[in-house]
Design a binder for this molecule. Structure first.
Ligand code: PHE
Length: 447
């Protein structure tokens, strides 16, 4: 049933493909997690470690995954079956599982960002100015109707786009949304850096403090790099399966890694100067985004406008990542089950939306905890701390030791001299990546 590989869809243009892949990579991780861990682990010093990690490890695994997908021209399960056989499709199943489960809660948070775009003009600023930003967020997430409705809207958008296909849906949307994201980001950076007192934040964020670098910082960089580049979840394999033979993958991979990293670093230039200028405490994740930042926006002139722009930025980042998650599952249904794209997008999309309901309810306390964790956090833990690292280790091992000849053909398809780092790349896949991912797996297993 290796169905549609003959007349498989393809990306319409190189630019479109890069925007789509960058859309997957640039997500909530870039905006609400990267700046925070950078501040925590030594600012500029951490940025250097992070750069080394994504250049050496992240881009190697991304290239390996693109190579696999382009060669097999199949979904993640079919790719491992065709190139590896035996029990290898299990690694592909892990990708399917991650896409399904991560999207279920990622869409919940995408829904929050959408709601906050509207709330920016609907009383959020007034409430935040009165010290009630936390109450607004609490009331919002514990209202089951709103929590589920916005999740449903986010899923409907994702389904609608993926339904329209690779070039007509995902690529077309990302070609508009990603440049828009970039413009909003630049606008917000200018606003933030011109606030009186911005330098203190800049200093905290970027001044290198090498004393904070530790093995823990290194592992944080590895984990963040993998998550941020959407690796080891079948996504890059899937996007690669729609790539034409004549694309030079090492360069495209470099461009995508660079864009993702640039957005992550730039996000910190929005957050820290603003947070320090108004003397509020910076944290990470939902607390920072939905409670702290509204307080900051409420204190600046035209705050509602900048708040709207910021949540639009987050919404774009989240929704373009969500497209890629659904695409993994949809490509699986097309290639493995022989379904049409329309049926795959609708049926799988609805199933994922249903699985998201417990996550949507859990944050407001309307769903029982799983061994002390909210359902949403439990889903996040299982995918990111357990399944993703195992999949990543196995994928790099597979490319480095077993599927070596095919991989070489794919990554050096423009002639061997055009990919001068081939040997380095090979040994990263063989040894460096499995070891580093193994370490984050072991240290990340604490529930
Ligand atoms: N790369 C995305 C981010 O940085 C997260 C993500 C992971 C998206 C996996 C899709 C799949 O937020």
């Amino acid at each position: 049933m290796e169905g549609n590989s003959g007349n498989r869809e393809q990306w319409g243009s190189r630019f479109g493909f890069i925007m789509a892949a960058a859309g997957s990579a640039v997500g909530l991780g870039n905006i609400w997690r990267f700046p925070y861990i950078t501040g925590k682990y030594g600012g500029g010093a951490f940025v250097l470690v992070y750069l080394a990690v994504v250049i050496v490890l992240g881009s190697s695994l991304m290239l390996a995954e693109f190579a696999m997908g382009r060669r097999a021209k199949l979904d993640s399960v079919g790719t491992f079956r065709k190139l590896g056989g035996g029990a290898w499709p299990i690694v592909g199943w892990m990708g399917f599982f991650c896409g399904f489960v991560i999207l279920s809660y990622y869409a919940v948070i995408a829904g929050w960002t959408l709601a906050y775009m509207f709330k920016s003009f609907g009383g959020l600023m007034e409430a935040a100015a009165a010290g009630k930003a936390g109450d607004v967020f609490g009331a919002f997430v514990s209202d089951p109707v709103q929590a589920i409705a916005y999740h449903g809207v986010a899923m409907a958008i994702v389904i609608g786009v993926v339904y329209r296909g690779i070039s007509g849906g995902i690529e077309k949307s990302c070609k508009i949304l990603m440049p828009a994201l970039f413009l909003i980001l630049v606008l917000l950076i200018i606003r933030s850096l011109t606030l009186p007192g911005a330098e203190a934040g800049l200093r905290f964020y970027l001044l290198p403090d090498f004393s904070k670098l530790s093995s823990e910082a290194f592992l944080a960089a590895v984990g963040q790099g993998f998550y941020s580049l959407s690796l080891a979840m079948g996504i890059i394999i899937t996007y690669g399966s729609y790539l034409g033979k004549h694309e030079y993958m090492p360069k495209m991979t470099g461009t995508i890694v660079m864009l993702d990293t640039a957005v992550a670093i730039m996000a910190g230039l929005v957050i820290f100067p603003a947070v320090f200028a108004f003397g509020v405490d910076a944290g990470a994740g939902p607390g920072l985004t939905f409670v702290t930042l509204p307080i900051v926006f409420a204190k600046m002139p035209m705050g509602a406008f900048f708040s709207f722009a910021f949540f639009a930025l987050l919404f774009i980042a989240a929704i373009t990542s969500a497209f890629s998650l659904l695409e993994v599952v949809v490509t699986f249904a097309i290639d493995e089950l022989g379904w049409s794209r329309a049926k795959s997008a609708i049926v799988m999309g609805i199933a994922i939306a249903v699985l998201g309901i417990p996550s949507a309810l859990s944050v407001g306390g309307h769903f029982p905890k799983i061994c002390g964790k909210d359902f949403l956090d439990a889903m996040d833990f299982i995918t990111n701390n357990a399944v993703m690292p195992i999949g990543g280790m196995l994928t790099s091992f597979f490319v480095g030791w077993l599927w070596t000849k095919g991989a070489k053909d794919e990554v050096t398809n423009f002639g061997e001299h055009d990919f001068p780092f081939y040997t380095v790349w090979l040994w990263v896949c063989r040894v460096v990546a499995p070891v580093c991912i193994g370490l984050i797996f072991i240290t990340g297993l604490k529930w």
